[in-house]
Design a protein around this ligand. Structure first.
Ligand code: 13P
Ligand code: SF4
Length: 329
């Protein structure tokens, strides 16, 4: 894949695939060999760096990754994403070894909803039905009735019985978008993703002026004024399907920059403009970018660092995840 620096201002980055041939490095080849030797599966989120995506067994969104984790028969799951994603894989596979190359790969959105605060809210509002976006800790999942991802949030909310009062945690932007799509009243936890809120109405309007014909595709974690400029709002996996079926050959993509690798690989004849933020042409999530090829290689060699969780927490948090999988078959 090549990145073309275009005239500034505004400084935009256009991503397109130049060649189908991928030449793997020795480290990447060793990762593939170790996976085979240890019967390990490498699950990778769309926001990971390109060299990691190239050696993964599955690359996708949170929903796809949870489904893969629930159905794998590998002995070891190596998760290249952030901590809550690897934790979800462990909850669904307590007897398997689940590895995350860097245990510090957290998530600002997950951090915005501490379990103690949610427990306090529930104590004061005992009849509340809690829907938690999967970007939260296992302790928050244990306090929730059902989990959702950006890929199935509308479907999940539509299945909650009418009489229930819903609290949606932790992403207020996704929650607000779901309210608009379902017409369902929900209380929203005041959390947000530090990266997605960096897109601004002004930065996207500038981008649209340069690419007036390109449809704008935004992640629901973006703020409403930005979502309002989008032709489509959806999860990262649905972005691939939308761009594939749309006749346009160029798209403006408002999400983390790693997504461009997935899009250019799957849609080699199309081009993607990374949505600029107020002060940068790209938008990397610092947590997603903590996983690197050397860390992944070392993790496969030493089978560390491993996600470890108490059985009690696994049991309590599993219910809400399993309910999500049942409700979104
Ligand atoms: P997706 O499930 O749409 O891939 O989103 C995950 C995420 O962390 C978005 O910031
Ligand atoms: Fe969390 Fe935002 Fe990073 Fe996704 S992009 S992992 S929501 S901080």
């Amino acid at each position: 894949m090549i990145q073309e620096e275009l005239a500034s201002p505004p400084a935009l980055q256009l991503f397109r695939n130049q060649t189908d041939e991928i030449c793997l490095t020795l480290d990447q080849q060793e990762i593939i060999r170790l996976k085979k030797e240890k019967n390990a599966i490498l699950l990778c989120h769309n926001y990971q760096i390109e060299p990691i995506q190239q050696v993964a067994d599955y690359v996708g969104d949170s929903l796809g990754l949870a489904r893969q984790a629930a159905s794998t028969d590998a002995d070891i799951i190596v998760f290249c994403g952030v901590h809550f994603m690897a934790e979800t894989a462990k909850i669904l596979n307590p007897s398997k070894t689940v590895l995350l190359p860097d245990l510090n790969a957290g998530c600002s959105l997950s951090d915005s909803c501490p379990a103690e605060q949610l427990a306090e809210y529930k104590a004061k509002n005992p009849n509340t039905f809690v829907i938690a976006y999967v970007n939260c800790s296992a302790a928050v999942k244990a306090l929730s009735n059902v989990i959702c991802t950006s890929g199935n949030a509308v479907e999940i909310v539509n299945q909650v019985p009418e009489e229930k009062e819903i609290l949606f945690v932790p992403d207020q932007n996704l929650g607000q978008w779901v309210i608009g799509r379902t017409g369902r009243k929900m209380k929203l936890w005041p959390g947000s993703c530090y990266a997605h809120v960096l897109f601004t109405k002004e930065s996207i309007e500038r981008c649209k002026m340069e690419y007036p014909e390109a449809p704008v595709v935004a992640h629901p974690e973006c703020v409403q004024t930005v979502r309002d400029l989008a032709d489509e709002v959806c999860s990262t996996e649905k972005m691939v399907h939308y761009c594939k079926s749309h006749p346009s050959d160029t798209f403006i993509i408002l999400t983390e920059t790693g997504m461009m690798h997935r899009l250019t690989r799957e849609l080699p004849n199309k081009a993607f403009v990374a949505g600029p933020t107020g002060n940068c042409a790209c938008n990397d999530c610092r947590f997603m970018k903590m996983n690197t090829v050397p860390k992944l290689l070392e993790c496969l060699r030493s089978l560390k660092p491993e996600i470890s969780m108490k059985n009690d927490l696994i049991e309590k948090s599993k219910r809400s995840i399993e309910r999500m999988l049942e409700w979104s078959k």
